[in-house]
Design a protein around this ligand. Structure first.
Ligand code: ADP
Ligand code: ASP
Ligand code: MG
Length: 410
Protein backbone atom coordinates (compact mmCIF):
# COMPACT_ATOMS: atom_id res chain seq x y z
CA UNK A 1 0.00 0.00 0.00
CA UNK A 2 1.35 3.37 -1.02
CA UNK A 3 0.47 6.98 -0.33
CA UNK A 4 -0.25 8.62 -3.66
CA UNK A 5 -0.62 12.37 -4.23
CA UNK A 6 -2.33 13.28 -7.51
CA UNK A 7 -2.79 16.76 -8.92
CA UNK A 8 -5.28 17.52 -11.69
CA UNK A 9 -4.91 20.74 -13.67
CA UNK A 10 -7.57 23.08 -15.03
CA UNK A 11 -8.23 21.29 -18.32
CA UNK A 12 -8.52 17.96 -16.51
CA UNK A 13 -11.37 19.34 -14.35
CA UNK A 14 -12.69 21.74 -17.01
CA UNK A 15 -16.19 20.21 -17.29
CA UNK A 16 -18.46 18.02 -15.16
CA UNK A 17 -17.73 15.09 -17.47
CA UNK A 18 -14.00 15.60 -16.97
CA UNK A 19 -14.46 15.78 -13.20
CA UNK A 20 -16.23 12.40 -13.46
CA UNK A 21 -13.25 11.11 -15.41
CA UNK A 22 -10.89 12.34 -12.67
CA UNK A 23 -13.08 10.71 -10.00
CA UNK A 24 -12.82 7.39 -11.83
CA UNK A 25 -9.03 7.64 -11.91
CA UNK A 26 -8.85 8.56 -8.25
CA UNK A 27 -11.23 5.72 -7.35
CA UNK A 28 -9.13 3.23 -9.31
CA UNK A 29 -5.98 4.31 -7.44
CA UNK A 30 -7.86 3.89 -4.14
CA UNK A 31 -9.26 0.50 -5.17
CA UNK A 32 -5.73 -0.65 -5.97
CA UNK A 33 -5.10 -0.36 -2.24
CA UNK A 34 -3.51 3.08 -1.98
CA UNK A 35 -4.13 6.05 0.26
CA UNK A 36 -4.99 8.96 -2.03
CA UNK A 37 -4.69 12.72 -1.58
CA UNK A 38 -5.90 14.74 -4.57
CA UNK A 39 -5.04 18.36 -5.30
CA UNK A 40 -7.16 20.18 -7.87
CA UNK A 41 -6.98 23.42 -9.82
CA UNK A 42 -9.92 25.57 -10.80
CA UNK A 43 -11.86 24.68 -13.96
CA UNK A 44 -9.97 25.76 -17.09
CA UNK A 45 -10.35 29.49 -17.73
CA UNK A 46 -11.92 30.22 -14.33
CA UNK A 47 -8.88 31.84 -12.70
CA UNK A 48 -8.39 34.02 -15.80
CA UNK A 49 -12.04 35.05 -15.57
CA UNK A 50 -11.64 36.00 -11.91
CA UNK A 51 -8.45 37.96 -12.58
CA UNK A 52 -10.22 39.85 -15.39
CA UNK A 53 -13.09 40.74 -13.02
CA UNK A 54 -10.62 42.14 -10.48
CA UNK A 55 -8.94 44.19 -13.21
CA UNK A 56 -12.28 45.49 -14.38
CA UNK A 57 -13.04 46.80 -10.90
CA UNK A 58 -9.67 48.38 -10.23
CA UNK A 59 -6.32 48.97 -11.94
CA UNK A 60 -4.49 48.00 -8.73
CA UNK A 61 -6.87 45.72 -6.79
CA UNK A 62 -6.27 45.33 -3.06
CA UNK A 63 -4.02 42.29 -2.67
CA UNK A 64 -5.92 40.70 0.19
CA UNK A 65 -9.22 40.89 -1.67
CA UNK A 66 -7.56 39.73 -4.90
CA UNK A 67 -6.61 36.48 -3.15
CA UNK A 68 -10.10 36.13 -1.64
CA UNK A 69 -11.45 36.33 -5.19
CA UNK A 70 -9.02 34.25 -7.25
CA UNK A 71 -8.91 31.39 -4.74
CA UNK A 72 -12.63 30.68 -5.23
CA UNK A 73 -12.16 28.65 -8.41
CA UNK A 74 -10.58 25.80 -6.48
CA UNK A 75 -13.37 25.79 -3.89
CA UNK A 76 -15.79 24.81 -6.66
CA UNK A 77 -13.71 21.92 -7.99
CA UNK A 78 -12.85 20.33 -4.63
CA UNK A 79 -16.55 20.26 -3.73
CA UNK A 80 -17.62 18.83 -7.09
CA UNK A 81 -14.93 16.16 -7.10
CA UNK A 82 -15.71 15.14 -3.50
CA UNK A 83 -19.43 14.94 -4.28
CA UNK A 84 -18.73 12.88 -7.35
CA UNK A 85 -16.57 10.39 -5.39
CA UNK A 86 -19.25 10.18 -2.71
CA UNK A 87 -21.92 9.46 -5.31
CA UNK A 88 -19.74 6.58 -6.48
CA UNK A 89 -19.78 5.16 -2.94
CA UNK A 90 -16.42 6.43 -1.64
CA UNK A 91 -15.67 8.44 1.48
CA UNK A 92 -14.25 11.74 0.32
CA UNK A 93 -13.65 15.05 2.04
CA UNK A 94 -12.62 18.42 0.67
CA UNK A 95 -10.22 20.88 2.31
CA UNK A 96 -9.51 24.52 1.60
CA UNK A 97 -6.00 25.75 2.32
CA UNK A 98 -6.85 27.36 5.67
CA UNK A 99 -8.71 24.25 6.86
CA UNK A 100 -5.60 22.06 6.72
CA UNK A 101 -3.95 24.57 7.43
CA UNK A 102 -1.39 25.19 4.73
CA UNK A 103 0.47 28.19 6.12
CA UNK A 104 2.29 30.61 3.83
CA UNK A 105 4.05 33.92 4.23
CA UNK A 106 2.03 37.10 3.76
CA UNK A 107 3.02 37.86 0.15
CA UNK A 108 -0.42 37.94 -1.45
CA UNK A 109 -0.62 36.57 -5.01
CA UNK A 110 2.87 35.08 -4.74
CA UNK A 111 2.91 33.51 -1.29
CA UNK A 112 5.45 30.87 -0.35
CA UNK A 113 4.46 27.82 1.67
CA UNK A 114 5.95 27.73 5.17
CA UNK A 115 4.31 24.69 6.73
CA UNK A 116 1.61 22.10 6.18
CA UNK A 117 -0.15 20.47 9.11
CA UNK A 118 -0.65 16.82 8.19
CA UNK A 119 -2.70 15.86 11.28
CA UNK A 120 -6.23 16.02 9.84
CA UNK A 121 -5.20 14.48 6.54
CA UNK A 122 -3.54 11.54 8.28
CA UNK A 123 -6.55 10.95 10.52
CA UNK A 124 -8.92 10.98 7.54
CA UNK A 125 -6.69 8.67 5.54
CA UNK A 126 -6.71 6.20 8.44
CA UNK A 127 -10.47 6.03 8.24
CA UNK A 128 -10.38 5.23 4.53
CA UNK A 129 -11.23 8.69 3.24
CA UNK A 130 -10.03 10.16 -0.03
CA UNK A 131 -8.77 13.71 0.61
CA UNK A 132 -9.41 16.45 -1.91
CA UNK A 133 -7.34 19.60 -1.35
CA UNK A 134 -7.72 22.99 -3.05
CA UNK A 135 -4.54 23.85 -4.92
CA UNK A 136 -3.08 27.33 -5.32
CA UNK A 137 -4.17 28.62 -1.90
CA UNK A 138 -3.06 28.84 1.70
CA UNK A 139 -3.43 31.08 4.72
CA UNK A 140 -1.01 33.51 6.29
CA UNK A 141 -1.82 32.04 9.71
CA UNK A 142 -3.67 35.21 10.74
CA UNK A 143 -6.96 34.45 9.06
CA UNK A 144 -6.13 35.78 5.61
CA UNK A 145 -6.32 33.77 2.41
CA UNK A 146 -3.18 33.76 0.27
CA UNK A 147 -2.47 32.38 -3.20
CA UNK A 148 0.75 30.95 -4.56
CA UNK A 149 1.00 32.62 -7.98
CA UNK A 150 -0.36 31.42 -11.32
CA UNK A 151 0.09 27.71 -11.84
CA UNK A 152 0.49 27.32 -8.08
CA UNK A 153 -1.47 24.08 -7.72
CA UNK A 154 1.64 22.23 -8.88
CA UNK A 155 3.44 23.64 -5.85
CA UNK A 156 0.55 22.74 -3.54
CA UNK A 157 0.76 19.15 -4.76
CA UNK A 158 4.52 18.74 -4.41
CA UNK A 159 4.48 20.43 -1.00
CA UNK A 160 1.71 18.12 0.24
CA UNK A 161 3.63 15.12 -1.15
CA UNK A 162 6.75 16.28 0.69
CA UNK A 163 4.88 16.93 3.95
CA UNK A 164 3.21 13.50 3.87
CA UNK A 165 6.36 11.77 2.58
CA UNK A 166 4.19 10.35 -0.20
CA UNK A 167 5.49 7.52 -2.35
CA UNK A 168 4.52 9.27 -5.60
CA UNK A 169 3.47 12.72 -6.72
CA UNK A 170 1.59 12.54 -10.00
CA UNK A 171 0.83 15.76 -11.91
CA UNK A 172 -2.00 15.08 -14.36
CA UNK A 173 -2.34 17.58 -17.18
CA UNK A 174 -3.41 17.95 -20.82
CA UNK A 175 -0.14 16.66 -22.31
CA UNK A 176 1.36 13.27 -21.55
CA UNK A 177 4.65 14.50 -20.13
CA UNK A 178 7.41 17.06 -20.37
CA UNK A 179 8.48 17.50 -23.99
CA UNK A 180 11.72 18.72 -25.52
CA UNK A 181 9.82 21.94 -26.16
CA UNK A 182 6.20 23.08 -26.01
CA UNK A 183 4.45 20.45 -28.17
CA UNK A 184 1.79 23.00 -29.06
CA UNK A 185 4.41 25.09 -30.83
CA UNK A 186 6.60 22.34 -32.27
CA UNK A 187 4.60 19.23 -33.23
CA UNK A 188 7.82 17.23 -33.72
CA UNK A 189 8.73 17.73 -30.03
CA UNK A 190 9.57 14.52 -28.22
CA UNK A 191 8.45 13.29 -24.81
CA UNK A 192 11.29 13.12 -22.29
CA UNK A 193 11.32 9.91 -20.24
CA UNK A 194 13.16 11.43 -17.28
CA UNK A 195 14.57 14.86 -16.56
CA UNK A 196 16.76 16.12 -13.70
CA UNK A 197 15.47 18.64 -11.18
CA UNK A 198 18.11 21.16 -12.38
CA UNK A 199 17.02 20.93 -16.02
CA UNK A 200 13.34 21.07 -15.14
CA UNK A 201 14.01 24.08 -12.94
CA UNK A 202 15.74 25.86 -15.83
CA UNK A 203 12.98 24.85 -18.28
CA UNK A 204 10.30 26.20 -15.92
CA UNK A 205 12.27 29.36 -15.07
CA UNK A 206 12.92 30.03 -18.75
CA UNK A 207 9.28 29.87 -19.73
CA UNK A 208 8.05 26.26 -20.07
CA UNK A 209 4.74 26.59 -18.25
CA UNK A 210 4.22 22.88 -17.73
CA UNK A 211 5.25 23.07 -14.03
CA UNK A 212 5.37 26.06 -11.70
CA UNK A 213 9.00 26.89 -10.81
CA UNK A 214 8.39 26.66 -7.05
CA UNK A 215 7.03 23.13 -7.41
CA UNK A 216 10.32 21.99 -8.93
CA UNK A 217 12.30 23.76 -6.20
CA UNK A 218 10.22 21.91 -3.61
CA UNK A 219 10.64 18.59 -5.38
CA UNK A 220 14.40 19.07 -5.53
CA UNK A 221 14.69 20.17 -1.92
CA UNK A 222 12.65 17.28 -0.53
CA UNK A 223 13.61 14.74 -3.17
CA UNK A 224 10.04 14.16 -4.35
CA UNK A 225 9.90 12.22 -7.61
CA UNK A 226 7.30 13.97 -9.76
CA UNK A 227 5.51 12.04 -12.49
CA UNK A 228 4.03 14.40 -15.11
CA UNK A 229 1.37 12.59 -17.14
CA UNK A 230 -1.94 12.89 -18.98
CA UNK A 231 -5.33 12.67 -17.32
CA UNK A 232 -6.79 11.52 -20.65
CA UNK A 233 -4.82 8.31 -21.21
CA UNK A 234 -2.60 5.85 -19.38
CA UNK A 235 0.66 6.41 -21.21
CA UNK A 236 3.74 6.71 -18.99
CA UNK A 237 4.72 10.34 -18.59
CA UNK A 238 7.95 12.06 -17.54
CA UNK A 239 9.79 11.49 -14.27
CA UNK A 240 11.33 14.61 -12.75
CA UNK A 241 14.05 13.29 -10.50
CA UNK A 242 17.66 13.40 -9.33
CA UNK A 243 20.23 13.60 -12.10
CA UNK A 244 21.69 10.28 -13.17
CA UNK A 245 24.67 9.39 -15.33
CA UNK A 246 22.61 8.75 -18.45
CA UNK A 247 21.23 12.32 -18.47
CA UNK A 248 24.69 13.84 -18.92
CA UNK A 249 25.14 12.14 -22.26
CA UNK A 250 22.42 14.33 -23.78
CA UNK A 251 23.81 17.66 -24.94
CA UNK A 252 20.60 19.68 -25.02
CA UNK A 253 17.52 18.25 -23.30
CA UNK A 254 15.03 20.97 -24.04
CA UNK A 255 14.22 24.36 -25.48
CA UNK A 256 12.12 26.98 -23.74
CA UNK A 257 10.82 30.39 -24.72
CA UNK A 258 9.39 33.30 -22.83
CA UNK A 259 7.52 36.26 -24.28
CA UNK A 260 6.70 37.77 -20.90
CA UNK A 261 9.73 40.03 -20.54
CA UNK A 262 10.51 43.57 -21.66
CA UNK A 263 13.90 45.16 -22.32
CA UNK A 264 14.97 48.50 -20.88
CA UNK A 265 18.14 50.42 -21.85
CA UNK A 266 19.73 53.35 -20.10
CA UNK A 267 22.28 55.29 -22.15
CA UNK A 268 25.29 57.40 -21.27
CA UNK A 269 25.48 56.31 -17.64
CA UNK A 270 28.45 57.90 -15.82
CA UNK A 271 30.71 54.91 -15.09
CA UNK A 272 31.83 54.96 -11.48
CA UNK A 273 31.67 52.55 -8.50
CA UNK A 274 28.16 52.22 -7.04
CA UNK A 275 26.30 53.16 -10.21
CA UNK A 276 24.78 49.67 -10.72
CA UNK A 277 23.47 49.70 -7.16
CA UNK A 278 22.00 53.16 -7.73
CA UNK A 279 20.09 51.85 -10.74
CA UNK A 280 18.99 48.42 -9.53
CA UNK A 281 18.29 48.94 -5.82
CA UNK A 282 15.19 51.09 -6.44
CA UNK A 283 13.86 48.38 -8.76
CA UNK A 284 14.28 45.65 -6.14
CA UNK A 285 12.80 47.95 -3.49
CA UNK A 286 9.72 48.02 -5.71
CA UNK A 287 9.68 44.20 -5.93
CA UNK A 288 10.68 44.26 -9.60
CA UNK A 289 12.88 41.30 -10.49
CA UNK A 290 15.55 42.00 -13.04
CA UNK A 291 16.57 39.07 -15.21
CA UNK A 292 19.35 39.60 -17.78
CA UNK A 293 21.74 42.55 -17.43
CA UNK A 294 24.31 43.74 -19.94
CA UNK A 295 26.75 46.59 -19.32
CA UNK A 296 28.72 47.85 -22.29
CA UNK A 297 32.44 48.64 -22.14
CA UNK A 298 32.72 52.17 -20.89
CA UNK A 299 33.68 54.86 -23.35
CA UNK A 300 34.92 58.27 -22.20
CA UNK A 301 33.67 57.64 -18.68
CA UNK A 302 30.14 56.66 -19.72
CA UNK A 303 28.46 53.36 -20.44
CA UNK A 304 25.12 51.88 -21.58
CA UNK A 305 23.15 49.30 -19.61
CA UNK A 306 20.38 47.03 -20.84
CA UNK A 307 18.29 44.68 -18.72
CA UNK A 308 15.02 42.75 -18.79
CA UNK A 309 12.07 42.79 -16.39
CA UNK A 310 8.67 41.02 -16.41
CA UNK A 311 6.36 42.73 -18.95
CA UNK A 312 3.79 43.38 -16.22
CA UNK A 313 6.34 45.50 -14.32
CA UNK A 314 7.77 47.29 -17.37
CA UNK A 315 5.68 50.46 -17.06
CA UNK A 316 6.62 50.95 -13.43
CA UNK A 317 10.27 50.05 -14.12
CA UNK A 318 10.55 52.61 -16.94
CA UNK A 319 9.07 55.28 -14.70
CA UNK A 320 11.62 54.50 -11.96
CA UNK A 321 14.54 54.33 -14.39
CA UNK A 322 13.61 57.64 -16.05
CA UNK A 323 13.76 59.32 -12.66
CA UNK A 324 17.12 57.72 -11.86
CA UNK A 325 18.48 58.66 -15.30
CA UNK A 326 17.64 62.30 -14.65
CA UNK A 327 19.26 62.16 -11.19
CA UNK A 328 22.54 60.58 -12.28
CA UNK A 329 22.85 62.56 -15.48
CA UNK A 330 22.38 59.68 -17.92
CA UNK A 331 21.65 60.52 -21.55
CA UNK A 332 18.34 58.68 -21.97
CA UNK A 333 16.13 55.64 -21.54
CA UNK A 334 14.44 53.37 -24.07
CA UNK A 335 12.30 50.25 -23.75
CA UNK A 336 11.00 47.46 -25.92
CA UNK A 337 8.13 45.08 -25.10
CA UNK A 338 8.50 43.21 -28.33
CA UNK A 339 11.16 40.71 -27.33
CA UNK A 340 11.36 37.00 -26.59
CA UNK A 341 13.89 34.92 -24.75
CA UNK A 342 14.79 31.60 -26.34
CA UNK A 343 16.86 29.17 -24.28
CA UNK A 344 18.54 25.82 -24.70
CA UNK A 345 18.91 23.66 -21.59
CA UNK A 346 20.93 20.55 -20.80
CA UNK A 347 23.17 19.18 -18.04
CA UNK A 348 25.32 17.72 -20.83
CA UNK A 349 26.57 21.26 -21.57
CA UNK A 350 28.78 21.07 -18.50
CA UNK A 351 30.99 18.54 -20.19
CA UNK A 352 30.66 19.51 -23.87
CA UNK A 353 31.85 22.61 -25.66
CA UNK A 354 30.49 24.27 -28.79
CA UNK A 355 26.84 24.24 -27.75
CA UNK A 356 26.52 28.03 -27.58
CA UNK A 357 28.20 28.53 -30.95
CA UNK A 358 25.83 26.03 -32.57
CA UNK A 359 22.96 28.06 -31.16
CA UNK A 360 24.36 31.36 -32.49
CA UNK A 361 25.11 29.91 -35.94
CA UNK A 362 21.65 28.37 -36.19
CA UNK A 363 19.96 31.68 -35.40
CA UNK A 364 22.21 33.63 -37.74
CA UNK A 365 21.45 31.26 -40.64
CA UNK A 366 17.81 32.34 -40.30
CA UNK A 367 18.78 36.02 -40.15
CA UNK A 368 17.67 36.28 -36.52
CA UNK A 369 19.55 39.00 -34.66
CA UNK A 370 20.62 38.24 -31.08
CA UNK A 371 20.07 41.28 -28.85
CA UNK A 372 21.30 39.87 -25.54
CA UNK A 373 22.93 36.65 -24.37
CA UNK A 374 23.20 35.03 -20.97
CA UNK A 375 24.63 31.68 -19.98
CA UNK A 376 24.87 29.41 -16.98
CA UNK A 377 26.43 25.98 -16.56
CA UNK A 378 23.44 24.23 -18.09
CA UNK A 379 21.70 26.84 -20.28
CA UNK A 380 22.20 29.49 -22.95
CA UNK A 381 19.54 32.18 -23.44
CA UNK A 382 19.22 34.70 -26.27
CA UNK A 383 16.92 37.70 -26.48
CA UNK A 384 15.51 38.11 -29.99
CA UNK A 385 12.67 39.97 -31.70
CA UNK A 386 9.41 38.35 -30.54
CA UNK A 387 8.19 37.81 -34.10
CA UNK A 388 10.91 35.18 -34.64
CA UNK A 389 10.10 33.11 -31.52
CA UNK A 390 8.47 30.18 -33.23
CA UNK A 391 11.03 30.05 -36.02
CA UNK A 392 13.91 30.17 -33.54
CA UNK A 393 12.48 27.39 -31.38
CA UNK A 394 11.85 25.19 -34.42
CA UNK A 395 15.30 25.58 -35.98
CA UNK A 396 17.08 25.10 -32.66
CA UNK A 397 14.99 22.03 -31.95
CA UNK A 398 16.11 20.58 -35.23
CA UNK A 399 19.73 21.72 -34.93
CA UNK A 400 20.17 19.93 -31.62
CA UNK A 401 18.67 16.70 -32.94
CA UNK A 402 15.57 16.87 -30.78
CA UNK A 403 13.02 16.32 -33.53
CA UNK A 404 10.98 13.18 -33.16
CA UNK A 405 11.87 11.70 -36.55
CA UNK A 406 15.59 12.18 -36.19
CA UNK A 407 15.62 10.31 -32.90
CA UNK A 408 13.73 7.39 -34.39
CA UNK A 409 16.18 7.14 -37.28
CA UNK A 410 19.20 7.00 -34.94
P1 ADP B 1 -2.56 22.45 -16.13
O1 ADP B 1 -3.77 23.27 -16.28
O2 ADP B 1 -2.83 20.98 -16.17
O3 ADP B 1 -1.71 22.85 -14.97
P2 ADP B 1 -0.82 23.89 -17.91
O4 ADP B 1 -1.50 24.59 -19.02
O5 ADP B 1 -0.40 24.70 -16.73
O6 ADP B 1 -1.74 22.68 -17.45
O7 ADP B 1 0.48 23.13 -18.45
C1 ADP B 1 0.38 22.25 -19.55
C2 ADP B 1 0.79 22.97 -20.83
O8 ADP B 1 2.17 23.30 -20.76
C3 ADP B 1 0.68 22.14 -22.07
O9 ADP B 1 -0.61 22.20 -22.61
C4 ADP B 1 1.75 22.74 -23.00
O10 ADP B 1 1.21 23.58 -24.00
C5 ADP B 1 2.60 23.61 -22.07
N1 ADP B 1 4.04 23.34 -22.22
C6 ADP B 1 4.99 24.31 -22.32
N2 ADP B 1 6.20 23.77 -22.44
C7 ADP B 1 6.04 22.42 -22.40
C8 ADP B 1 6.93 21.32 -22.47
N3 ADP B 1 8.26 21.49 -22.61
N4 ADP B 1 6.42 20.06 -22.38
C9 ADP B 1 5.09 19.88 -22.23
N5 ADP B 1 4.19 20.89 -22.17
C10 ADP B 1 4.65 22.14 -22.25
N1 ASP C 1 -6.02 27.96 -10.90
C1 ASP C 1 -4.71 28.55 -10.72
C2 ASP C 1 -4.23 29.19 -12.03
O1 ASP C 1 -4.92 29.14 -13.03
C3 ASP C 1 -3.69 27.58 -10.21
C4 ASP C 1 -3.33 26.45 -11.14
O2 ASP C 1 -4.02 26.17 -12.12
O3 ASP C 1 -2.32 25.79 -10.87
O4 ASP C 1 -3.18 29.79 -12.05
MG1 MG D 1 -0.38 24.48 -14.66
Amino acid sequence: MALVVQKYGGTSVGTVERIRNVARRVAKTFDDGNDVVVIVSAMAGETNRLVALAEEISEFPNEREYDVLVSTGEQVTIALLSMCLQSMGYNAKSYLGYQIPMVTDKAHAKARIKSIDDKKIREDLKSGTIIVVAGFQGTDGEGNITTLGRGGSDTSAVAVAAALKADVCEIYTDVDGVYTTDPRMVPSARKIEKISYEEMLEMASLGAKILQIRSVEFAKKYNVVVHVRSSFDDSPGTLVMKEDHEMETVLVSGIAYNKDEAKISIFGVPDHPGIAAQIFTPLSNNNITVDMIIQNVSHEGATDMTFTVPKGDAKKAVQIIEEIAANIGARGVSHNNNIAKVSIIGVGMRSHSGVASTMFETLSREGINIEMISTSEIKVSCIINAKYTELAVRVLHEAFGLDHKEIEEN
